[in-house]
Design a binder for this molecule. Structure first.
Ligand code: ACO
Length: 368
């Protein structure tokens, strides 16, 4: 009850999370059909279809133009703000106009990609790189961060990630976005609520700590002892457990496959050393995953705790060159498409979200 589990707070055509079957459906498509096959622009178009009367059939040029529009805000970024990437992108998003139309919706979907690249560059003393509207969203996101073109395999891997996380039922950030949208505050306000909820470590802030955990464990043979000691200290193992999934999170499988594909395809581009490092990293991750699942089963036999999306997110985003401090921003790059679609759906439904609370405080004092 305290976490509202089991409460149905919205009807949606956007996505269904079936926690018992371990299945995610996005507008009539199983995640397996979309991840690794569709571009982010196609998935965003799928989510937005029917929610904006002027939505173009091909979202790619419109999203490219939106990246160029929002880049103007990067002039307001300073090195101080850039030190905390999620807070920096939230501050820059807050500068965008707060209306409820297609132009603003696309600006919001474009913004995290443009701002993340700029924030990472400014935080290391480099100049931000302007968007290239002709590129795909994933390829341009990587180029703006690194200053050099992404390989096809890297752009494809980022597309897989963005599609995998673009929507996921009424998770905490989407619920926050829908509550704000229900007040008719505007799309920008709804997305700001989403970013704020996403940043917490129990939601989108987990993959950075996953990398810290893998670094601390160091080698597969250390996994079991390290994990047991963490649980003895009362810590949670990051990247495991989920409110809805009682079996394996299907997004973890999609991303695990993307990590493997990227490592194999990068061999041609980066050579054997990079491949060897990737294979070693994957072996450590698989050993840690196996040890964590075994120990969680022993310690919490009544609570199914499986691998969630954040575990392989950490590996994929690290392989693509994103620092852990920016992982939540990359999550926001994908999820903003879902927040905008949910906000439009909520406004179309027309009712203010206003639940009740049960008062358990003291009764009013009665004068003697
Ligand atoms: N490691 C160790 N124990 C855990 C974990 C974990 N990762 N997750 C849950 N548990 C335990 C809790 O300690 C609790 O035990 P208790 O009953 O003995 O006190 C029991 O399982 C139930 O935990 P709840 O917090 O009630 O479960 P909830 O459904 O709220 O948890 C959550 C979901 C927050 C994701 C949790 O599993 C967690 O903290 N995981 C680690 C952080 C993480 O990976 N977050 C990313 C989630 S995916 C996403 O948001 C995109």
């Amino acid at each position: 009850m305290s976490g509202l589990e089991g409460v149905v707070a919205a009807q949606t055509v956007l996505s269904e999370v079936d926690g018992l079957a371990g299945r995610l459906i996005i507008r009539g498509h199983a995640l397996d059909e979309l991840a690794g096959r569709w571009s982010f622009e196609e998935a965003a178009g799928l989510l937005l279809a029917g929610f904006f009367p002027d939505l173009p059939d091909d979202l790619a040029p419109a999203l490219g133009a939106a990246r160029v529009r929002v880049f103007e805000q990067v002039a307001h970024l300073d090195a101080n703000l850039a030190r905390a990437p999620v807070e920096a992108i939230r501050a820059l998003v807050a500068r965008l106009a707060d209306r409820d139309d297609l132009e603003i919706g696309l600006n919001l979907i474009a913004a995290p990609a443009v701002f993340t690249g700029a924030v990472l560059r400014v935080s290391t003393g480099k100049a931000p790189i302007a968007p290239d509207a002709k590129l795909g969203h994933a390829a341009d996101s990587l180029r703006m961060m690194r200053g050099q073109a992404a390989t096809r395999a890297q752009a494809a891997a980022l597309d897989t990630y963005l599609v995998t996380v673009c929507d996921h039922g009424l998770n905490a950030s989407t619920f926050a976005a829908r509550v704000v949208a229900s007040t008719q505050a505007g799309l920008t306000s709804a997305v700001l609520a989403g970013i704020s909820a996403l940043k917490g470590p129990l939601h989108g802030g987990a993959p950075g700590p996953v990398i810290d955990m893998l670094d601390a464990i160091g080698a597969p043979t250390n996994a079991r002892v390290w994990l047991a000691e963490a649980l003895d200290r009362g810590e949670r193992l990051m990247g495991f457990g989920h409110r809805i999934y009682r079996v394996r999170d299907p997004r973890a499988d999609a991303l695990k496959a993307a990590v493997r594909d990227l490592a194999l395809q990068e061999e041609a581009v980066c050579g054997r050393i990079a491949l060897a490092e990737a294979v070693e990293g994957a072996a450590l991750a698989e050993a840690v995953e196996g040890a964590a699942l075994a120990i969680l089963r022993e310690r919490k036999p009544d609570r199914p705790l499986e691998t969630n999306v954040e575990f392989y997110t950490a590996l994929l985003l690290e392989a693509l060159g994103f620092p852990p401090s920016a992982f939540t921003c990359v999550f926001a790059m994908g999820r903003t498409a879902g927040w905008v679609a949910h906000a439009r759906e909520q406004v179309a439904g027309g009712r203010l979200i206003r639940p009740q609370s049960a008062y358990v405080g003291p009764p009013p004092r009665v004068a003697a």
